[in-house]
Design a protein around this ligand. Structure first.
Ligand code: FAD
Ligand code: EPU
Length: 341
């Protein structure tokens, strides 16, 4: 059923009260096709492409959406093959990401444990190649099925087709708004390859008293760390990191370091340095800032928050001010990670 002037407040983790001109969910590719046929009947030029919604945890709604919003509800998790140490798990795009991670861990399948507790759905996981604690989606990705909105056919994308990068994929760039990802197949491993080198994982495992490493233990450590600094969207509206960590060359890093010896940066394999955007933003005095209901999280400056009734425009304006001040102080341009609608 298609609803008109439908509030999206419950459908985005920022909790922005914007509405969709038309809204519906779909449980199958057939239903999606029917809804697309409906779209053709609407004679409004602005209705070029529908907005596909997963968990709404990586979007900022800055206005009401003119046209059709389709929330994907494609379900199902199944083991489709085994090959030596590898186990292939296929999941419907509407499955919750963390529940899929838990399914794999409960079945002793390794690879996703560092990606525990990331909000959102399976279908969005390849969109920005989700990542955390030293692991990215591409490390467990096998292939995905995506429905082409114009050509009305399903296309299979393998690892190389997706052109994954840091918070990047082909679906955010040249194929933006062209495909609906309908399922993703992941390649898990029966033998774990523990990755505890990132951030505070080792420290947290020690604090937990873990002596024997396990995927369950790593998952719990990641959950503990995340819960200690990231705001729970059910309590304070947010979409995780609002900006990407910027990459600069070694020369620029040295220049910044002369004035700011404590600058936080990580050496990359290509010789460049990735700066901690949270540190840059904190140094500009934004951490804990609040104007009206729009703010910068007090425990993690990279996360912008909605304390209740902020509008998308207010959050966007704050992000603009932050970009300008970081540019002015450090000469570094921050790029938004959240999808601005
Ligand atoms: P949505 O917000 O619904 O959609 C995101 C984008 O993808 C939109 O442009 C949408 O149109 C498009 N899209 C969604 N589903 C489909 C589909 N099936 N087909 C085509 N297009 C689609 N991200 C990380 O990478 N690492 C983190 O550690 C992390 N931590 C977070 C912590 C918090 C507290 C929050 C709130 C967010 C965090 N995020 C993190 C961001 C977010 O969880 C991920 O980007 C997640 O993958 C978004 O999933 P979603 O289903 O909510 O996507
Ligand atoms: N820092 C500060 N002040 C802050 C925040 C961070 O100084 O307010 C500095 C600290 O030195 C800290 C460092 O920045 O050690 C890194 O902070 P953190 O470990 O919290 O990670 P991050 O770089 O801010 C990235 C991802 C997160 C991901 C974590 C863990 C991006 C844009 N963000 O954050 O992803 O969960 O690493 O891997 O890459 C997301 O994408 O939404 C997201 C939450």
């Amino acid at each position: 059923m298609i609803k008109e002037n439908f509030s999206l407040k419950q459908f985005n983790t920022f909790g922005i009260d914007a509405s969709a001109q038309y809204f519906s969910t779909f449980n199958s590719v057939e239903q999606l096709e029917e809804l697309l046929a409906f779209k053709k009947d609407i004679s409004n030029a602005s209705l070029t492409m529908p907005l596909i919604l997963g968990g709404g945890s990586n979007i900022l709604l800055t206005k009401n959406v003119e046209g059709l919003v389709l929330k994907n509800n494609l379900k199902g998790i199944e083991k489709i093959a085994e090959e030596g140490d590898a186990v292939f798990i296929k999941a419907g795009a509407g499955e919750n990401w963390h529940q899929l991670v838990m399914y794999c861990i409960n079945n002793n399948l390794a690879g996703m444990e560092n990606l525990s507790l990331i909000p959102g759905n399976v279908g969005a996981s390849p969109m920005q190649n989700i990542g955390a604690y030293g692991v990215e989606l591409k490390d467990v990705f096998y292939e995905l099925e995506a429905f082409h909105l114009n050509e009305k056919q399903t296309v299979i994308f393998g690892l190389n087709d997706c052109k994954f990068g840091y918070r990047e994929s082909v679906f955010k760039r040249q194929f933006k708004n062209q495909f609906v990802i309908t399922s993703v197949t992941y390649r898990l491993s029966k033998t774990p390859h523990f990755n505890t080198s990132y951030g505070a994982i080792e420290q947290e495992l020690q604090a937990m008293g873990v002596e024997q490493l396990s995927i369950q233990g790593i998952s719990q450590a990641v959950i503990n760390i995340r819960s200690s600094k990231l705001p729970d969207p059910k309590v304070i509206g947010n979409a995780g990191s609002f900006f990407k960590n910027p990459e600069i060359d070694q020369q620029q890093f040295e220049v910044i370091k002369q004035t700011f010896p404590n600058v936080v940066g990580y050496a990359l394999d290509n010789g460049n340095v990735k700066l901690a955007a949270g540190w840059l933003i904190e140094q500009c005095g934004w951490k804990g800032y609040r104007k009206g209901d729009a703010g910068c999280h007090a425990k993690q400056a990279l996360v912008l928050v909605n304390y209740g009734n902020a509008t998308g425009e207010e959050i966007f304006k704050l992000s603009k001010e932050i970009i300008e001040s970081v540019q002015q102080k450090f000469g570094v341009l921050l790029e938004r990670e959240v999808n601005i609608i």
